[in-house]
Design a protein around this ligand. Structure first.
Ligand code: UDP
Ligand code: MG
Length: 316
């Protein structure tokens, strides 16, 4: 690859990652040697860790000053990975930014390929998994169903196996940080922003140390955020469900009236009445639930609170 002089920031959201940071810096340092004409800046965002992630991060930024400058942003509490990404983008002044996890599941060795793709014209270069075999059948199935549903409702072409491990060109960074909502879903932003996108394929390794912070319940809520943030289809569908039920109820009522007129009054019917009432009750509650999801999100956004609060910023 022909090297040109440019600046790159590596943005790492960190939540209890003290076991991974040292190895991350070592491996980033090796990559830097291959791309030494470029200016490197590491942006560490400590998302309210309860271990020594922040202190270790600052220490590592100091001891790696010979090849990178850096900034360590310390949140006042845990605001979530999405807010940490936004904070990092807010502090990014470089030509491009690479977002990567601290746990080395996003291998730094892919960075030269992402940069190459960017230099060949891509505005967003995404690291995309070759397979999800390790995830197991159920996780695969739910992930596939979610992305199918998300694409259908949002009309955005979100790639299923792309993580947040991406290189963003400066213009994409500016576009994404102009979106200030508090309930955030980055994969949606990347697709929504448009621009020229490219993929670099890789096999996702296991975590270097520590444990994943994404349990099933958190993932489920994240999926809901994605769907409700990018589409109003779940709201609109109730108009059609209501219309179908009205037509069915009308046909059944007509049938009952004709049967009563021709055969006289037929008393039995408790079971069907019970079934109809409980069914309709359930349908209505689901409709109200969906309405509540949107209303709750509108309420949260209407307060216009900042997506994160910074306790301190250390520039190295
Ligand atoms: N993370 C964060 N805030 C959180 C949860 C996670 O900044 O509330 C960071 C975490 O430190 C890591 C990245 O987000 O760098 C991905 O988290 P994790 O590895 O737990 O997710 P998984 O890879 O299991 O999806
Ligand atoms: Mg991980």
């Amino acid at each position: 690859m022909a090297e040109k002089s440019f600046s790159i920031s590596v943005l790492v959201p960190c939540y209890n990652e003290e076991g991974c940071l040292r190895e991350l810096f070592d491996r980033l340092g090796t990559i830097q040697q291959q791309l030494s004409t470029c200016h490197w800046r590491i942006i560490l965002v400590n998302d309210g860790s309860i271990d020594s992630t922040h202190e270790l991060g600052v220490q590592l930024l100091h001891s790696n000053r010979h090849w990178c400058s850096g900034v360590a942003i310390d949140f006042s509490r845990n605001f979530g990975k999405e807010s940490a990404i936004l904070a990092g983008l807010d502090h990014c002044n470089e030509d491009a930014c690479i977002i990567m996890d601290a746990d080395l599941q996003d291998p730094p060795e892919l960075i030269p390929l992402l940069i190459e793709s960017w230099q060949n014209g891509a505005d967003i270069a995404s690291a995309t998994r070759i397979s999800r075999q390790k995830d197991g059948y159920l996780k695969n199935l739910t992930a596939r169903s979610f992305y199918k549903f998300f694409r259908a409702t949002s009309k955005l072409n979100v790639t299923q196996d792309s993580s947040d491990f991406r290189l963003l060109d400066r213009k994409v960074i500016v576009a994404i940080r102009s979106c200030r909502e508090s309930i955030r879903f980055s994969k949606g932003f990347f697709a929504w922003a448009g621009f020229k996108q490219d993929h670099v394929y890789y096999k996702r390794p296991e975590r270097h140390a520590g444990i994943s912070k994404w349990g099933s319940w958190k993932l489920w809520n994240y999926a809901l955020d994605g769907i409700f943030n990018y589409s109003t289809s779940p709201l609109r569908i109730w108009t059609y469900i209501g219309a179908v039920i009205t037509i069915i109820a009308f046909v059944l009522a007509l049938k009952t009236i004709i049967a009563t007129l021709t055969n006289g009054i037929d008393v039995p019917g408790y079971a069907s009445t019970f079934a109809a009432v409980t069914f309709l009750g359930g349908v209505q509650l689901m409709g109200i639930g969906i309405l509540g999801e949107y209303l709750g999100r509108t309420y949260i956004e209407s307060k216009r609170r900042p997506p994160y609060i910074v306790k301190s910023i250390t520039r190295v």
